[in-house]
Design a protein around this ligand. Structure first.
Ligand SMILES: [Fe+2]
Length: 297
């Protein structure tokens, strides 16, 4: 009855033209503009009309995390559950439903004020196979949704209760030594076979810390890494492998400041809790990384 995947993500950006170049020529995503929507860029990574929406509004932050439910019955049940839990939500306007290309959606905020949309029925376009923005060895892995995100945290108990209420499961998977003998805990939640769909660590100012996109061939991680190193966008966390989801990945700073993780080889979600104190190897923070800016390691 719960959410089934991170179906789409919407970001407000300052410079749509710069983002288009970053998303297509460097990340390999496909860009689509629709008639009558001059300030909105849709990014594709599979048969869905879009997996990422960019809107030129200067926010440089998350505008919506689109969490999918299976169908009309689950959509009604989710609203009943939210009402019973005293969680406020609003119905999506016909204009928003048209823009998002879904059958129906509701709008709400999580306890950290992160913007959430719960929807069912995305537009799938089997006649328009994914056309990468530049050469790729493989394609994006989207069976478990667009990817994962680390979102702003308002306390792990509150975040756990909210996302558990949406049907997700998970737990603390990292306890990282912090100054003063303390440790920083990071919570990971999953809703399908992807190891995690949302995660929460040390509080940040933006809703989004990073968005992870997974590819199906390790060569595409190295190719994207080469392209980023030759670009003006700094690699903020070096190539390495996470202890929890086994993802081999690196992190680059997007034109909006938050990070994009490109990864390969994530393992399916585990169904027993366990935790780690560090990553398997690599993932060295760049000198440009402020303390606490990333919490994946
Ligand atoms: Fe990640």
């Amino acid at each position: 009855m719960g959410v089934t995947e991170l179906g789409y993500v919407v970001f407000g950006v300052s410079d749509l033209a710069e983002w288009r170049e970053f998303a297509t020529s460097l990340l390999g995503l496909e860009a689509v503009m629709e008639p009558g929507e001059p300030n909105r860029l849709y990014l594709r990574s599979d048969y869905h009309h879009h997996r990422i929406v960019l809107e030129q509004d200067g926010r440089d932050d998350l505008s919506a995390a689109g969490l999918r439910v299976a169908g009309v019955e689950e959509f009604a049940a989710m609203q009943a559950n939210l009402r019973a839990a005293g969680i406020h939500f609003e119905q999506g306007s016909p204009e928003l439903i048209r823009q998002r290309r879904v059958l129906d959606l509701i709008i709400l905020k999580d306890p950290a004020d992160n913007p959430i949309e719960i929807f069912h029925g995305p537009l799938i376009q089997p006649h328009l196979p994914f056309h990468p923005g530049r050469r790729m060895h493989s394609h994006f892995l989207t069976g478990g949704g667009v990817g994962h995100m680390i979102l702003r945290n308002a306390g792990l108990d509150a975040m756990y209760r909210f996302y558990r209420g949406l049907g997700m499961r998970g737990g603390v998977e990292y306890k990282i030594a912090a100054p003063g003998g303390n440790s920083a805990e990071v919570l990971f939640m999953h809703c399908n076979d992807r190891d995690h769909t949302v995660a929460f660590g040390p509080p940040g100012s933006k809703s989004v810390n990073h968005l992870m996109l997974e590819v199906t061939n390790i060569d595409d991680v190295f190719m994207t890494h080469d392209l980023m190193q030759a670009s003006k966008y700094p690699v903020m966390i070096s190539l390495g492998k996470h202890a929890n989801d086994h993802m081999f990945s690196f992190y680059v700073q997007s034109p909006s400041g938050w990070l994009v993780e490109v990864g390969y080889g994530g393992r399916p979600a585990t169904h027993q809790s366990e935790y780690y104190e560090r990553d398997t190897y690599g993932h060295v923070f760049s000198a440009q990384m402020g303390p606490g800016m990333s919490i994946d390691k």
